[in-house]
Ligand binder design. Sequence first.
Ligand code: FMN
Length: 239
Amino acid sequence: MHSVITPAIMYWGTPVVLITTENDDGTANIAPISSAWWLGHRCVLGLAAASQTTINLLRTKQCVLNLPSDDMGSYINAIAKTTGSPVIPPVKQALGYEHCKDKFTRSGLTPHPSDLVQPPRIAECPVQMEAELAGTTELMQDMPDRKGFILAIEVKVIRTHVQDELRLPGHSNRIDPDRWRPMIMSFQELYGLAPKKTVSTLASIDEEKYRPLTVSNVGEPAAEKDKVGSEEAYEDAAV
Ligand SMILES: Cc1cc2nc3c(=O)[nH]c(=O)nc-3n(C[C@H](O)[C@H](O)[C@H](O)COP(=O)(O)O)c2cc1C
């Protein structure tokens, strides 16, 4: 049996990302979000236009995408329902948000200098991706009174840092999915992943075969870079 329902929001379950950005006075802001999806070295973020994070990201064109593990709930809860915006937007006022200027101090998280961008990494997060703004699209363009309220923001990952414990032994650039335990937000509650349910047919594809298609060679020596994106590389990819 199925019933027709109208959920107020489609929070079906996605990994939490702690985005760090730089405020206009040079201090750092953190925002927990969960509207994020990944393809190649690109990430598309769903962000409220009025959030301090959005304002910072559009101004500086830089951020760090820090991925918390499923045991980091207390850090996330400490800064949930807060905004770095000095003037709290009416929607957030109605939802009970309060202003927090320094979310590192509030959460107990530790800033760590990034290599290529100004916003700091979050030391406690097992995965930290330094990223640059690549594009912005306004959502709900079909609704004049809501248009631009939420943005889809494409960022380009330019450097990825991972905790050594997450790496797949014997491979230079792979994550062991049995070791990576991301925090998942589903309908506002926080979860981890269950163990692997079935052997995946897709996983029979060599992960490196995706690299030429997505130009995911950031950080590779120049000779390898030249090949990526070429016709030869696409033929090699065979996917
Ligand atoms: C677990 C979690 C997931 C969230 N997901 C999103 C999201 O996907 N997009 C968004 O705009 N806000 C999301 N929020 C709300 C933001 O954290 C909130 O807008 C916050 O005020 C942003 O901070 P800022 O204004 O300092 O940038 C989420 C909050 C939590 C705790």
